[in-house]
Ligand binder design. Structure first.
Ligand SMILES: Cc1cc2nc3c(=O)[nH]c(=O)nc-3n(C[C@H](O)[C@H](O)[C@H](O)COP(=O)(O)OP(=O)(O)OC[C@H]3O[C@@H](n4cnc5c(N)ncnc54)[C@H](O)[C@@H]3O)c2cc1C
Length: 417
């Protein structure tokens, strides 16, 4: 059977793999995107109803990909301020778009809405072959390239593939990552996250909340005019109990825990969905002809909404390194090329992993001296604008060397929201 030749094979066409394919075809690469779950399936695990708080730089990247322009104003709600509070210590800090001189700190968008736009961009482009539902088998890493078979999960004929580079983007539990001997440091969190949407009796005005409780952080992200996406992280016993509550009892519980700062919770919209949470981090994420990206490379706690944002900046940087190397006539699967990418991005991956895990450890800790220290920390942050700017620059992806796609908004990429 004839082997189909590509520049890159991407294993995993979720949020990160599909975004990477979109960037690469814009740079003129030929890509095979191999995804196990059919995109038409309601079980597509990456393009689901989870709310993603996107940073300013992610918004710029997605606008440059022409992915953003198809989202309605309800689908992408601006986040203009974030109130951070701690139940036990009583401290509070407000971070606003004005603190960094932007019109928004970021946006709240459902993963499903971005996924639909990514798919639309990919399906209309002949430089990418979407191989789904398929899985890579017989992967061989050779000196000159990568060989693999895209096996059809519906019993059709498999496709032999070859490429210069294999990208592993198939999520936290990637079997291919293990098979190719990448060893992440992985620790499952006890906490799990409950995600849902609620309607309130007043407009949200772009306000988001991160409220730390003993059981875990409770985040409310503005959605549309008078709704919020809720990401409620809790210890298993607490979560199991909350899941037993009827829809109206659930709203009462949420109100009791959160208070009335966002108004009265009137209605629970859609279903409550639960996600297991893991901390997983690869120190080295490149080998000759192989790169690991997205959740397969770093999976972080959703507390500060960093996972996809980090993955997006990583792949924008990867695609830039590959484009520049190819333009110089270099082999994109060469370890020297890939090491450039690793050197560029490893520090930020370490920072985000450390920062998100640190927040969980500090705010879940009941050590008596830590409670006033947390209070003091939040109040000091409130009083010190340079400290706020430092924190926001890092969490909004505006610190250090940025990929071109995150900094230069192209003229034809449409107006910002
Ligand atoms: C509750 C919650 C809230 C979150 N909130 C935020 C937020 O506010 N902001 C933010 O930036 N991030 C957030 N995240 C993190 C974000 O969802 C992830 O970082 C992002 O989805 C990672 O995308 P990915 O494509 O790397 O992995 P995944 O989303 O796991 O996608 C992997 C894809 O690979 C496919 N696949 C699996 N195995 C194979 C295989 N063998 N071959 C081929 N394909 C395969 C899967 O079907 C899937 O489509 C949140 C996460 C959770 C759980």
């Amino acid at each position: 059977m004839k082997t189909d030749k590509y520049d890159l094979i991407i294993s995993g066409g979720g949020m990160v793999g599909a975004s990477l394919a979109c960037i690469l075809i814009g740079y003129g690469f030929k890509v095979a995107l191999v995804e196990t779950t059919a995109y038409s399936s309601t079980n597509q695990p990456s393009f689901d109803s989870r709310a993603l708080a996107l940073t300013y730089s992610s918004g710029v990247i997605l606008r440059n990909l022409n992915v953003w322009q198809g989202l309605s104003t309800t689908e992408a709600t601006s986040i203009r301020q974030i109130d951070v509070s701690d139940t036990a210590a009583g401290g509070h800090v407000r971070l606003t778009a004005k603190d960094v001189g932007r019109e928004a700190l970021g946006w709240n968008v459902e993963a499903r809405a971005i996924g639909a736009q990514l798919l639309q961009a990919l399906e209309s482009n002949e430089c990418v072959s979407i191989l789904s539902p398929m899985i890579l088998k017989q992967v061989e890493i050779k000196d000159a390239g990568v060989l693999a078979l895209a096996d059809d999960l519906e019993g059709g004929t498999g496709h032999p593939l070859s490429a210069k580079l294999l990208v592993i983007a198939d999520g936290s539990n990637s079997a291919l990552r293990e098979q190719l001997k990448f060893t992440p440091r992985s620790i499952p969190y006890r906490q799990r996250a409950l995600v849902c949407r609620v309607e309130t009796d007043r407009t949200n005005r772009g306000g988001a909340y991160e409220h730390f409780t003993r059981s875990g952080p409770l985040a409310l992200l503005p959605f549309g005019e008078n709704g919020y996406s809720v990401v409620w992280t809790q210890e298993p016993e607490d979560l199991d109990e909350v899941l037993q509550l009827s829809r109206s009892e659930f709203l009462v519980r949420l109100q009791t825990v959160f208070g009335d700062r966002a108004g009265q919770f009137k209605q629970l919209l859609g279903e409550r969905k639960v996600y297991p949470l893991t901390l997983s981090h690869l120190k080295n994420f490149v080998k000759p002809r192989v790169v690991v990206v997205g959740n397969a490379s770093h999976t972080v706690h959703p507390v500060a909404g960093q996972g996809f944002n980090l993955g997006l900046r990583d792949i924008a940087a990867l695609a830039q390194v590959l484009r520049d190397s190819r333009n110089r006539g270099w082999d994109i699967g060469n370890i020297e090329v890939l090491s450039k990418f690793e050197r560029w991005r490893s520090q930020e991956g370490e920072f985000v992993t450390w920062f998100t895990d640190g927040l969980i450890q500090i705010f879940a800790n009941e050590y008596p001296l830590l409670t006033p220290a947390r209070n003091l920390g939040l109040e000091l942050l409130q009083l010190l604008p340079p400290a706020k700017r430092w924190l926001l620059a890092r969490t909004m992806g505006m610190h250090g060397r940025q990929p071109d796609l995150a900094t230069n908004e192209r003229e034809n990429s449409g107006k910002s929201r």
